[in-house]
Design a protein around this ligand. Structure first.
Ligand code: DGJ
Length: 728
């Protein structure tokens, strides 16, 4: 009965709102289409997002949604609005109707813009859709402006609104905390609203990530079912709302988090909301991830298709105890096992206040001569002698109470007048005010000076270890204090733009304490993310699994660290640690001098093995096979090249039960008609291969439909198999 009513309501709405086909706006990719109905002078309607369908089918089947495409506040305040403003005269209402539709069709992208105007006020919003046909990706955002006499207050300003047909909706998203980031959480959307958001202000993805997948008609599956996936390219506070209405329709909205961020928009100023990157796949979560990964590598990520070096980062090896001799030894050791880059982490700077712990010196970016008498040039010489590239750590948006910078420029930190600023890490860290152009110049100069004085610096690890606590800027005027959450990030982005226009080739990592800045907004400037400060290989299986639902492998810094692990205390074999780290951008995070002779040989072999499959991992298509979240004590995934000629497969035994049922590892992404040779790699560590199929030929079809049993029985056992097409 309920469904009959719903159907009648939908039919009625369709009939009453139905326009002729020319009012349909199609935003099309190779396999998907978003359809809106945009009749001039009428409220725009959302018709469809998903499989490619025709206007005729929509019309004749009367299955289109025909629901408001952009609900605004004031005239029909029943729906959750995505735009809410107070006009210059104090009127808090909007009624936005279509003014004009424009579409430009290029080879690689198609831009659709639907200009809306308030029926009464000279207030405008442009709904923008950029379609990337080859990738099945659409970017959605809005541009808001007005010609009213005075400022208009923007109170809600989402980037995108996507209504979804009634169905068995499931939400997959990432949740966590420092050292336990990007856990995959999956839950049914039954009724009411679910919100994913951040209020951190700076490291906005550490506890939850601005990305989602909605499985439309079934429990989330890796291989099947229709999935809408999205990720908001905004580094500041964000908000994503999944609102299941009383008619069972699901309304998804995504944008900046407006809490504490009312924006006072001046006449003719344009407010551009961040892009929501959106994809649709009928190949389940796996298909959606691959669409996003491919699109990100080829369209968003700086140098996204260049291969990345294997690096050693000094942090877990020596922490703040940076010394010339120790750095030199680490470089020599790393070079001897095949490493390619050395990155000196925190602790290298400060003279009046040497950086010996996390309580002092941020802002004093001069090399500590006591620790490094030969300066950075000495380190670079050593790196070059060892055939390594050199990188360095900085945290330029921050300072400490005890620092020369804070002594000189106390007004540069975010704080409220008449209040003592709150402190973060080490009980002394403070955030610089990125809204202030002087501060921005200072931050830019830190990087510019390092890179001009030492052009050999090939990598910058850009850290950020504090939230935006004191919501007060001494630069912004009193009536614009509520712009701080937004202006901080606009300011930061200006700095990144400047850095990148002068230094396009230096590799930059967005670190943010691990997981804190994993976001599409950083991709044009940062080549990779520091995934987590937790380097425990077992926990990393979960963290990396979640991370890779939305972000490609070549952005995922994954480092092999010491055992027992410094965060968890877990003892895990070196091979397992390597096999886990090899699924991302491989690195090490330890003092390699502390490895035994046998371990060094093993590490050398593992690095060599990674080099042989690096291209597959960093640029291939990811197929997730067995999820660690399924509690089957195993995990497995593989990468396949675009021609399906080569692949690399990974399997992990997370723990072991006596007499447990054997697992059949079924592969994916191969060509069923091709024959492949399977070879175990990274096996030197355990001597002879236990892989009975080693070197044998097996068809793609068999590997995918029947799969293989593997001799993984003990906990922390793992296997890496290279799969190569046998050409007849
Ligand atoms: C937090 C980062 O995540 C670590 O890798 C390390 O760089 C420390 N900061 C240094 O203080």
């Amino acid at each position: 009965m309920r469904y009959l009513c719903l159907l009648l309501i939908m039919l009625f709405t369709c009939c009453s709102l139905l326009a002729n086909s020319s009012d349909y706006v199609r935003i099309e990719t190779n396999n998907t289409v978003m359809i809106l109905n945009a009749q001039k002078g009428k409220i725009p309607l959302f018709v469809h997002y998903g499989n490619l369908v025709t206007a005729m089918d929509i019309d004749n089947s009367m299955t289109g949604l025909m629901t408001e495409a952009f609900p605004v506040f004031g005239m029909s305040a029943l729906n959750e609005p995505v735009l809410q403003v107070v006009h210059a005269d104090g009127n808090p209402s909007l009624k936005m109707v279509v003014e004009e539709v424009t579409q430009t069709v290029g080879n690689e992208v198609r831009l659709t813009q639907i200009l809306l105007k308030d029926e009464v006020y000279p207030f405008y919003t442009r709904l923008c859709f950029k379609a990337y046909p080859r990738y099945d990706v659409i970017e959605m955002w809005t541009e808001i402006f007005h010609k009213e006499k005075k400022t208009v207050a923007l109170q809600k300003y989402a980037s995108a609104y996507i209504p979804v047909d009634p169905g068995n909706h499931w939400l997959s998203h990432l949740q966590g905390y420092m050292m336990n980031e990007t856990n995959l959480v999956e839950e049914p959307l039954l009724s009411g609203s679910k919100m994913i958001h951040s209020r951190d202000g700076i490291r906005t993805s550490q506890c939850s990530n601005p990305s989602f997948m909605v499985s439309l008609d079934q429990k989330p599956s890796e291989t099947g079912g229709s999935v809408i996936a999205g990720s908001l390219a905004w580094s500041g506070n964000y908000k994503m709302l999944f609102n299941k209405s009383y008619t069972h329709q699901l309304n998804i909205s995504a944008g900046m988090n407006e809490e504490g961020a009312e924006y006072r928009l001046a006449p003719m100023e344009q407010f551009r909301t961040p892009q929501l990157v959106l994809t649709f796949s009928t190949r389940g979560k796996g298909g959606a991830s691959r669409n996003l990964h491919r699109w990100a590598r080829e369209n968003k990520l700086i140098k996204g298709t260049a291969l990345k070096d294997i690096l050693l980062n000094s942090w877990e090896g020596v922490y703040f105890n940076i010394k010339q001799g120790v750095m030199n030894e680490m470089m020599q050791e790393f070079s001897s096992i095949g490493g390619e880059m050395f990155v000196m982490d925190d602790g290298w700077f400060g003279n009046k206040y040497p950086r010996n712990n996390d309580k002092t010196s941020l802002g004093d970016w001069t090399v500590c001569r006591e620790k490094l008498p030969d300066g950075i040039e000495g380190l670079i010489d050593c790196a070059q002698q060892n055939n390594l590239r050199f990188g360095i750590w900085i945290e330029p948006e921050m300072t400490n109470l005890q620092s020369e910078l804070y002594e000189e420029k106390p007004h540069w930190v975010l704080h409220h007048p008449n209040r003592t600023p709150g402190v973060g890490r080490g009980g002394s860290q403070l955030v610089l005010d990125m809204t202030n152009p002087e501060v921005r110049d200072y931050v830019y100069d830190i990087v510019d000076r390092l890179l001009t004085d030492y052009p050999q610096i090939a990598y910058i690890k850009w850290d950020t270890n504090m939230s935006l606590q004191d919501y007060g800027s001494s630069y912004l005027p009193a009536n614009k204090q509520s712009h701080l959450y937004i202006e901080y990030h606009r300011g930061l982005t200006k700095v990144f733009e400047r850095i990148r226009s002068k230094y396009p080739d230096v590799i930059m990592q967005a670190c943010a304490g691990g997981g804190g800045r994993v976001n599409y907004a950083y991709m044009p400037y940062f080549n990779e993310f520091w995934t987590s400060d937790n380097t425990d290989a077992v926990q990393r299986l979960y963290t990396q699994w979640g991370f890779q639902c939305f972000y490609p492998a070549n952005t995922m810094a994954a480092h092999v660290s010491a055992s027992p692990n410094h965060q968890s205390g877990r003892i895990v074999p070196l091979k397992f640690r390597f096999d886990v780290a090899m699924t991302g951008r491989l690195g090490m995070e330890m003092d390699p001098g502390k490895l035994s002779k046998g371990e060094k040989e093993a590490a050398k072999a593992a690095i060599e093995a990674y080099k042989s499959v690096r291209e597959l991992v960093q640029l291939g298509d990811l197929y997730r096979l067995i999820s660690p979240y399924e509690n089957r004590r195993t995990a497995s995934l593989m990468y396949v090249d675009s021609l399906k000629n080569r692949a690399v497969f990974f399997a992990y035994q997370i723990d072991a039960f006596v007499q447990q049922a054997p697992v059949r590892y079924k592969m994916d992404g191969l060509d069923p008609l091709k024959k492949y040779r399977l070879t175990e790699i990274n096996k030197k560590l355990q001597g002879k291969s236990r892989f009975v199929q080693d070197g044998k030929a097996i068809s793609g079809r068999f590997l995918m439909t029947e799969g293989l049993y593997l001799p993984l029985k003990r906990e922390y056992d793992s296997m890496v198999i290279e799969i190569t097409e046998i050409k007849e």
